[in-house]
Write a protein that binds this ligand. Structure first.
Ligand code: AMP
Length: 225
């Protein structure tokens, strides 16, 4: 299965993506996580991307599109993939469409998590990243994924690893910019969402992201089966 997952920053997209990944065992490709890994490793790609990410701007398509299309060509993607954070605008959507056609790959399904903008903003500020594994969700406001305390410090609830916050998650201006991009139905991510939703024969799984994490997972998995 080749799946796209959409949702505004803070909608639980990464958390739900990890649930889907666990069920199907294919790679969970997150554009933002690839950038953060490169920034952490000090690569040229990371250094180029950092300035945009810190401001909440999109990294230019000339950098992002080849990075993702190359990733989809790697051998571990042969049995399917879950793509998260890409496409984020119509140009990326078209590039993905063309590349899939050229590679003889087809999309199996599009998952869309819907969430009100204010709620999404509140959620962003409470999330924590595990330094060991990006698929270990932690959030200080949700009991189901609350970090645990160890030696007076909050650590990852899955592996006990160190937790970090993202600089762009604590900066209200950067959050607003990211949401302006997501909710824009003309040039932003919603335009790409609507483009894929309009494709004949493509399975669309649209869920309300406001209930508990478990309830949202159930709604997604029930529709995927
Ligand atoms: P995310 O982890 O999905 O919130 O992404 C973090 C940041 O990485 C975004 O705010 C952008 O600066 C950058 N980024 C992630 N995905 C893309 C993309 N598809 N196109 C351009 N920039 C992206």
């Amino acid at each position: 299965m080749n799946i796209l997952i959409f949702g505004p920053n803070g909608s639980g997209k990464g958390t739900q993506g990890a649930v889907v990944q666990k069920k199907y065992h294919f790679p969970h490709i997150e554009s933002g996580a690839i950038f953060r890994k490169n920034i952490g490793a000090g690569t040229a790609l990371g250094m180029q991307a950092k300035q945009y990410i810190d401001r909440g701007d999109l990294v230019p398509d000339a950098i992002t599109i080849p990075m993702i299309l190359d990733r989809l060509q790697e051998p571990d993607c042969k049995g399917g993939w879950l793509l998260d954070g890409f496409p984020r605008n119509p140009a990326q959507g078209e590039a993905l469409d063309k590349a899939l056609q050229a590679a003889g790959m087809a999309l199996s399904c599009v998952i869309e998590i819907q969430l009100d903008r204010e709620e999404a903003k509140l959620r962003i500020m409470g999330r924590r990243l595990c330094v060991n594994d990006n698929n270990h969700p932690n959030h200080i406001a949700f009991d189901a994924i609350k970090p645990v305390e160890k030696d007076g410090k909050l650590v990852c609830r899955v592996c006990g690893g160190e937790l970090k916050t993202r600089a762009d998650d604590q900066d209200e201006e950067a959050i607003n910019k990211r949401h302006n991009i997501y909710y824009d139905p003309i040039e932003g991510t919603m335009a790409a969402v609507n483009y894929f939703k309009g494709k004949a024969g493509l399975k669309i799984v649209s869920v309300d992201g406001s209930p508990s994490i478990g309830a949202v997972s159930e709604a997604i998995l029930a529709q995927l089966d």
